[in-house]
Every structure is written in C-alpha cells, then in structure tokens.
Design a protein around this ligand. Structure first.
Ligand code: GRE
Ligand code: ZN
Length: 254
C-alpha cells in the first residue's frame, strides 16, 4: 500500500522510501518566466471538454487530495506532435491559509491552491502502463487565486462536507471540464517533470497555464475541512519546489 506517506514535511522525507523522488527531473518547480525559451506556436486541441450530462463523475477523498474522476476515456487533449492524452482525473493542492498551497510557483509567487488535470497518453491503456513510460502522462497545472465572486463552475466543491474521511465519495453529474480552465488557454509553460507525490515517477509532460483562475474565500474553505489518511486535517498538501537541474521550460503563446 503506497498510500503510507503524507505531507508533514512537504515531501522532504519521501526520498528514503521512494527512490524516484530523489530524481533529477522532479516536480513541482518555480517557473521563472524570464528564463524560459520561447517555443513554436503550438496550441492545445480540446475534445469533449465541453461535453455535459451523459455520465457520472465521482468526487472523492483519497487521503491526499480531493479527486474528480471521469468514468472512462471521453474528454481528451492533443498537444501537437506530443500526441493525444485522455482525461483521467483532476485534483487539488491547497494551503492551510491563502499564503501557501500551490505546488508550482510563478516567478517565486505562491498561490492559495493549484488544480491538476491528469491525462494518460492514448497509446497506453492504464495509469499503471503509462507509469512505465517517460511519455505516459500530460498534466495541466492551473493556479488558483482568491476572488470576490463564487466560481459557479466549481459548485461540486460544496459536497466536501460529505468527503471528510479518506475513501468517501459522491457522484457528480458530468459537466463541461473546460469551464474550470482559465479563459486564456493560449499562454502556458511546458517542461518535463514528475508526479508531485510518491512514487514521483518522471513521466509527466507538464503544461502550466500562465493565467490563474479564481475561487471565493468560502470555496477555498471547502478544501480545508477534509481529513487525510492519518485522520488529520488535510491542508498544505503541496510538495516543496524541486531543482530545475538540466531542464528547459518552454513558453508557448499564440
Ligand atoms: C499528484 O499526486 O499530485 C499527481 C498525480 C498524478 C499526476 C500529477 C500529480 O497523482 O501532481
Ligand atoms: Zn497534483
């Protein structure tokens, strides 16, 4: 059971049990925009990201995060020549308060939360198979800031009182995933990295959007009431930033 880890020191001790966490292409990182290489124009193509209603999502507490899962391949993204990736799940990382919470930083700036949309390369059929391959996953990172208004696309967060304990889940009617994304999806950073939690496999093509989305203070509070796999309040479930080492970040803008 590899669920036997937690965020008590922001991941610093993971390396003793999970050797891959000591790798040289780890995530998250501080994205220092001025040092990024400007790449070719290469926009993301979204398919079925606007689809609603025909199936059920589940929203669950896995002891490390709140996870919204799709029942099977449906929504997908194409990243130019990198291929097509099927939407698998999305989850969140958040802080105890608004001064911390995101995993990636943007020019040293931290956000109160970050959403990850995890996609599996369509040439692999399971997460486990993708985990064996450097091109296994495409994960989108979205910074979350606090805003005045409720973000109604995130109404599913209001079910968090039913998700206090690890292993609890609720059904959510399928909604258009694209409503969760920043309005400008053409400016983003791309780099090769890892899962940000054990087993830290270096299998992720990261796409981090430049533009944050907003949740209200009461919506952010909905994250902070759930409990982790040790029955402690699940907050600060982010990993400390990792060294960039010998990697380049590419900046894409249409
Ligand atoms: C995570 O555990 O936070 C995670 C995954 C898969 C992809 C990216 C990621 O489980 O951050
Ligand atoms: Zn994540």
């Amino acid at each position: 059971n590899y669920s036997n880890w937690d965020y008590s020191d922001q991941g610093a001790n993971w390396v003793t049990k999970f050797k891959l966490c000591a790798g040289t292409k780890q995530s998250p990182i501080d994205i220092k925009a001025p040092t990024c290489d400007e790449g070719l124009n290469n926009s993301i193509t979204f398919t079925n990201y606007d689809k609603t209603g025909s199936s059920k999502f589940t929203f669950e507490n896995n002891g490390h995060s709140l996870v919204l899962k799709a029942p099977g391949p449906d929504a997908k993204v194409t990243l130019g020549s990198l291929g097509t990736f099927n939407f698998h799940q999305l989850h969140f990382h958040w802080g105890k308060d608004d001064t911390k919470g995101s995993e990636h930083l943007h020019d040293g700036k931290v956000f109160p939360a970050e959403m990850h949309l995890v996609h599996i390369n369509s040439k692999y059929s399971t997460f486990q198979e993708a985990q064996q391959n450097a091109d296994g996953l495409a994960v989108f990172g979205v910074f979350i800031k606090v805003g005045q208004a409720e973000n109604t696309a995130f109404n599913f967060l209001s079910s968090s009182p039913s998700l206090i304990y690890e292993g609890t889940k609720v059904n959510v009617t399928q909604f258009a995933i694209n409503t969760l994304l920043p309005t400008d999806q053409t400016i983003f950073y791309r780099y090769k990295g890892s899962l940000t939690s054990p087993t830290c496999d270096e299998i992720v093509t990261w796409t981090v959007f430049d533009q944050p989305i907003s949740l209200s203070a009461s919506q952010l509070a909905q994250f902070r009431i759930v409990k982790d796999n040790h029955n402690k309040t699940l907050v600060d479930n982010f990993r400390v930033v990792q060294n960039l080492n010998n990697r380049t970040i590419t900046y894409w803008s249409e």
